[in-house]
Design a protein. Sequence first.
Length: 172
Amino acid sequence: MSRNDDPLKAGVVTVGEFHAGRAHNVIADTAEMSGTVRYFDPGLDGFFKARVEQIIAGVCQSQDASYSLDYWSLYPPVLNDRAIAQLVRSVAETAVETPAGVVPDCQTMGGEDMSFFLQEVPGCYFFLGSANPDRGLGFPHHHPRFDFDETALSMGVEIFVRCVEKFLSTAS
């Protein structure tokens, strides 16, 4: 990002897999890479595909190689509606009674189906803390030992119910 667009815009290209060859002393005749692209600014849609293809084409041309690119645009950025996010925050600040409380504003680049809903109706995607290190439930998502403390589910229900009540009381 910092060399191609505004360095203050968040964007990540991750090559998570690279497979080539089967011997240490032979140049592989094929290579396969796969990864993910994430960003917040919807204006960057299309930018990464074009830039990734430019880089691959340049490397292949310099090595007299060919390539094929199979680029899928799966999820748009998850963009919360500010008013709904404030409503959720105000409810959570009164409903959450844990030592951590409500975590300050943050952004994450998780790919999520919720992004499609948020394009159609105002909403807010938020995290419900469910770790409990005292019970061995402190591993992050995508970790093979991830599990969560199910007692957090009742807190989630409480937050949702209070959000609906507050939303309906302010809408009328």
